[in-house]
Design a protein around this ligand. Structure first.
Ligand SMILES: [Zn+2]
Ligand SMILES: [Zn+2]
Ligand SMILES: [Zn+2]
Length: 269
């Protein structure tokens, strides 16, 4: 029996502006180091032959071209800030290709916001060729997806909130300034944590780098990727200063973690 594997691809490791920042000529924005070039924050999870997108970032089309993504089976939304949803229209190409609606998962407030921002997508009168077809699912707790449990992690994001997601022993915790007491239990026993770590200085809506490192230390995670990064972070220079087991995420980064074998998969085997 082959072991089930979860594959993570960092589609975008950048904050809402992306890096380089338009009009900025700082050392990082002018850098030729590819890991200093950051598209808007997003990730792709793959298991059992299925591709699950976390957010449709502003740069989704470029990310999909870069990573050769030709189909998406489902989308998990963290929250409805522009940088995490504005690539939504590019799902249209996939739904035109398959004729199938893509299941999307989000908290009720996020679904409401997306349906308000992109009302044409949910309009019954607009021609289907001009809008992606989405099948909307409200997240109210853990749910099954392609033979695995997906666990939403409620997070505080400044004055708002967002949802992290855990699949197997990998958790994606973005965007986040505080992890509520009740969510800590959902993050025990991780192999990999991908966490919002905006910059060195504090910010009201995001963890700073030292705050994110402290979360990883408390959870005793063996491998932590810091993401949603600004142009304050110079990948080669600042990587050397990180503690063992903590690294900066970069666009195109790929890793795999073993997945627990579920009853459903055992039956298939
Ligand atoms: Zn963001
Ligand atoms: Zn800059
Ligand atoms: Zn946000």
């Amino acid at each position: 029996m082959t072991e089930a594997v979860l594959k993570l691809t960092i589609l975008g490791s950048g904050t809402s502006t992306g890096v380089p920042v338009l009009g900025c000529h700082c050392a990082v924005c002018s850098s030729i180091e590819p890991r200093n070039s950051r598209t808007r924050c997003s990730a792709l999870l793959e298991w059992s032959g299925h591709k699950v997108l976390i957010d449709t970032a502003t740069d989704f089309r470029q990310q999909a071209l870069r990573e050769g993504i030709e189909l998406v089976d489902s989308v998990l939304y963290t929250h409805a800030h522009a940088d995490h949803v504005h690539g939504i229209d590019d799902l249209r190409t996939f739904t035109l290709m398959t004729g199938q609606a893509i299941p999307v998962y989000a908290a009720r407030s996020v679904l409401d916001r997306i349906q308000g921002l992109f009302s044409y997508i949910f309009s019954e009168t607009d021609a289907p060729g001009y809008r992606p077809r989405l099948q909307v699912n409200e997240v109210t707790g853990p749910f099954g997806l392609f033979g695995q449990q997906v666990t939403p992690i409620p997070l505080v994001h400044g004055p708002g909130e967002s949802l992290g997601y855990r699949v197997g022993n990998l958790a994606y915790v973005v965007d986040c300034s505080t992890i509520p007491e009740s969510s800590w239990d959902l993050l025990h026993g991780l192999d990999v944590l991908v966490i919002d770590a905006l910059r060195f200085r504090e910010h009201q809506s995001h963890f700073s780098i030292s705050e994110a490192i402290e979360v990883a230390r408390q959870l005793q995670v063996p491998r932590t990727l810091l993401t949603h990064l600004t142009h304050d972070i110079d990948y080669p220079r600042h990587s050397a200063e990180l503690p063992e087991g903590v690294e900066f995420a970069y666009d195109g980064q790929v890793l795999t973690v073993p997945l627990p074998v579920t009853g459903e998969q055992r039956n298939i085997c």
